[in-house]
Design a protein around this ligand. Structure first.
Ligand code: ZN
Length: 639
């Protein structure tokens, strides 16, 4: 699988790689920072115009002390920032570009390369190597925009592909920091082909279930954005960074229309659902360390055991009263539960397609030492929050975000916990037009086959397909005063009686309470709430929920994936065929049948005036026995 740079060079000399023997070089932090020839002595902040000395910028991680603008950062400073001190060992240090096409525009490519080396102190636009980040092994790929605009020629592509191969072979994550104008024109089609090469190397690394964290810095464009840099499990941008495929200036030149201001800004991309996070440079190292520490396979449950809270038997409340409690304005939201249950939560954003729907919150959580992907409908607390999250009525992009997070979980076999709380999925023209039905269906199918344990909790109002699209799970829990139904009671009353005012009557018939659904076999566990409802003691509710979720997850720890998926399939295949409710139904149904049979037999006896044979045998069949020994009867009841 591994392709040594040396071998490639031997096989294809036209790649434009020099034949200087390569040698790994260990570079300490001090040495990296104070490397000679690393640019001019001062630099002007492009945002506020203040001129800073290089010493100040090194000290401030190239963040302007005046206006906090994130300046472009030389690769050596970036490595010194990210890698644990003294751990960086450079790969392919001696690999340098030659001039495969003998290209010359105003000046020769060779002359430009020499000048770039002299000015930047690095030998190519990318530096790669092994290091530790927060004590964890990783391969690091760092661009230097000052070197020919960070363009990707053959050597850059080669070094990146080789870095991925080294990471794959060692089973370790790769972290890349991009800053690039795109392909290197002076290398023609050799340059374009690097996109395919690095994307292929990244996909092999991905296939091995290894983490790839991609950092996009100012600026990242063209063939780098449109290849490996967009393929990270997690995409992080620095504040204010310009990112895209084609830059705004080129768009204006090509189309004659200037794109909106900030069209390519990191913050705009975040809103557009294209990246996970915008992170300040000062926080970047700790976030990367957290991510590579948790996006790893073979992590079994190491959460501390928690005793389950006592299950207090309470007087059953009428369904309509529970509807009121489930919708109570003070009822804790998914965001509250996540914050209370997790010791650390890194929210991830976007569907990587079109938008970041605030009605769905999701990310990487640590709960009692256990790594989880937690996803929930977010209905907000205050009126402003409720407006922003459109009361949890998620658009297709919200469900697509949840799907993306579930796939991230499955890659690393991280258990998924979903918190369901929405009256319904978004019902609007926009939602239809963007494919809400498709998004819901895709979630159901993906959750049915997701090769990692899923625990779902109905925390408030579980309404229809929008709720179920986060609710297909190995274990379904439900808070005591939550409700879960195919339609709202008002909607049902409007359909059945043409009178939404009869919702209270209908709610009782709908069997939408946790207790009813438990009896029906639709949910597995009722999680008790404080007396009077979750809103009276949100913290206690969240603590009880944490204990129940961890207990449910523990059941599936170390269960082989095929067994897990088989059991999940059977659970949904046979839903409604177990539970107290159906046993009662079968019993009463059979009594009716035998009653009718007995009546028919007596009629026959009367009319025939003699004993019918069936009359001798029928009374001997006991309903109880028939229920357990006649699969066809059992089946018929549920069809
Ligand atoms: Zn500034």
């Amino acid at each position: 699988m591994k392709t040594k740079a040396n071998d490639l060079r031997y096989l294809n000399p036209s790649l434009g790689l020099s034949d200087v023997p390569e040698k790994a070089t260990a570079l300490g932090k001090e040495k990296m920072v104070r490397r000679k020839g690393s640019g001019p002595a001062t630099a002007k902040c492009p945002s506020c115009g203040t001129v800073h000395s290089r010493a100040v910028l090194e000290e401030q991680l190239y963040v302007c002390p005046e206006c906090k603008h994130h300046l472009q950062m030389p690769s050596h400073a970036r490595i010194a920032m990210l890698a644990d001190e003294g751990t960086f060992i450079e790969l392919d240090h001696s690999l340098v570009s030659v001039d495969p096409l003998e290209f010359a525009d105003l000046r020769s490519y060779r002359a430009r390369l020499q000048e770039a080396r002299r000015e930047t102190g690095v030998r190519e636009a990318v530096t790669t190597g092994f290091c530790k980040i927060g004590g964890q092994r990783a391969v690091l790929v760092v661009f230097d925009f000052a070197f020919l605009g960070g363009t990707m020629g053959s050597v850059v592509g080669e070094k990146i592909a080789h870095a991925f191969e080294e990471a794959t072979e060692r089973g370790i994550p790769l972290v890349s920091v991009a800053a690039s104008g795109g392909a290197r024109v002076q290398e023609g089609m050799f340059s374009l082909m690097q996109m395919a090469k690095v994307a292929a190397a990244a996909s092999v690394h991905d296939r091995h279930g290894l983490a790839f964290i991609s950092i996009l810095t100012d600026p990242t464009f063209g063939g780098v954005t449109a290849s490996f840099a967009s393929l990270g499990d997690i995409l992080i941008a620095e504040p204010g960074a310009q990112i895209g495929f084609v830059g705004p200036r080129v768009i204006e030149q090509t189309t004659g229309i200037a794109p909106p201001k900030d069209s390519h800004k990191a913050e705009t991309l975040l809103q557009a659902g294209l990246i996970d996070l915008v992170i300040k440079r000062t926080d970047l190292t700790s976030v990367i360390a957290y991510l590579i520490g948790h996006l790893a396979k073979n992590k079994s449950m190491d959460a501390a055991a928690e005793g389950l809270p006592p299950n207090v038997k309470r007087q059953r409340l009428p369904a309509w009263q529970k509807v009121g409690l489930a919708r109570h304005v003070g009822r804790p939201s998914a965001r509250y539960y996540i914050a209370r249950m997790a010791s650390r939560f890194l929210e991830l954003h976007g569907d990587r397609w079109s938008a970041d729907d605030p009605a769905i919150v999701g990310g990487l959580a640590q709960v009692n030492g256990q790594t989880l992907i937690m996803i929930g409908h977010d209905r907000g607390g205050t009126p402003e929050e409720k407006a922003a999250t459109h009361d949890g009525k998620a658009y297709p992009e919200g469900y697509r975000k949840s799907l993306r997070l579930m796939r991230l979980a499955s890659k690393f076999r991280i258990p998924v916990v979903t918190l369901v709380d929405c009256p319904n999925a978004q019902a609007s023209y926009e939602s239809e037009h963007r494919g809400i039905a498709h998004a819901l269906a895709r979630n159901l199918a993906t959750m049915a086959n997701l090769p990692t344990p899923i625990v779902s909790v109905i925390i408030g109002e579980g309404g229809s397909g929008g709720a179920l699209a986060l609710g297909v799970a190995d274990r379904v829990l439900m808070l005591e005063n939550a409700i879960y139904s195919v339609i709202s009671p008002e909607g049902a009353a409007a359909i059945l009686y043409r009178d939404a005012g009869r919702a209270e009557t209908v709610s009782e018939m709908m069997k939408l309470t946790a207790q009813d659904l438990h009896a029906l076999g639709i949910i597995d566990t009722v999680v008790p709430e404080p007396e009077g409802g979750a809103h009276l003691d949100p913290a206690a509710t969240a603590d009880a929920l944490r204990s129940h979720v961890l207990a449910a997850l523990r059941i599936f720890d170390n269960v082989p994936t095929n067994q897990l998926l088989d059991a999940r399939y059977k659970k949904y295949r046979h839903i409604g065929q177990g539970g107290k409710f159906w046993r009662e139904k079968v019993r009463s149904g059979l009594s009716d049948v035998f009653g009718l049979l007995a009546y028919a037999v007596s009629r026959m006896e009367k009319s025939n005036g003699k004993k019918a044979q069936v009359g001798e045998t029928t009374p001997r069949i006991r309903p109880e026995k028939a229920r357990t020994s006649t699969p066809s009867t059992k089946r018929a009841v549920h069809d």
